[in-house]
Write a protein that binds this ligand. Sequence first.
Ligand SMILES: Nc1ncnc2c1ncn2[C@@H]1O[C@H](COP(=O)(O)OP(=O)(O)O)[C@@H](O)[C@H]1O
Ligand SMILES: [Mg+2]
Length: 255
Amino acid sequence: MAFIFAFAGKGGTGKTTLAGLTVRYIIEKKRLPVLAVDADANNCLNEVLGVDVHTTIGSLREDSLNIIRGGDERPGGMSMEQLFDYQVQQSLVESRGFDLMVMGRPEGAGCYCAANNVIRKYTDKLSATYPYVVIDNEAGMEHLSRRTTHKVDILLIISDPTVRGIRTAKRIEMLVDELHLEIEQRAVIINRATQGQSSVLRKHAEEEGLQVAGVIPHDPEIAYLDLQGNPVFQISHDAEALRSFFSIVDSLHVP
Ligand SMILES: Nc1ncnc2c1ncn2[C@@H]1O[C@H](COP(=O)(O)OP(=O)(O)O)[C@@H](O)[C@H]1O
Ligand SMILES: [Mg+2]
């Protein structure tokens, strides 16, 4: 069974960036294959990872439905289920050290919950074959309450360097408790902080009763890579953001 990382936090806090760096962490430190899952309909984890996406689960589902609707011949008399399994397998983007599965948007009038259910089902199914899974979730807390996030070993709750960000992180923690989600460890990370903000925000977090696992600085190299359209995955080894993120993950219990 895979060890699963998932992310929560407001939009723009750095979930996708840090999901990409989590993939890099596992490849470098654990040297084992990773399944990266882009569970955000406005996907861009592939850009952070530096790979191209040819199909998404959202569009696959439509394809399969079209086959049923149109009564097209199915290759080799496969059942719908088998065909879909095969298509999902084919849609995985393979790269060095990791594979990527992308939810994407359902085409036409398709429903997001359907694509979500499929993502959940296949994350579970594929968990059997990868030692690590990294799920980049959409912003907000809906995915927690809809439970697209299934069993999770580490939930990384990302905050921006603002008091409101800290409060949102606290609300997410409370929701996790309320919903009795199967989450082994959680870690609140404040991302993009400047030097002066760090201690002030830690103090605010403490007042909210929130334990902060670590702070990641605003890193001009990330901004530069972004601006040039280059994958953040390839950030240099001694980049501040990478080093501080890696030491936070080192402090968690990752087998
Ligand atoms: N530590 C950092 N330093 C500088 N820029 C960052 C940092 N973390 C994230 N960013 C930038 O912030 C923006 C939002 O990050 P992203 O990972 O897409 O957030 P989310 O997935 O939570 O919406 C991106 O442009 C990203 O490059
Ligand atoms: Mg994102």
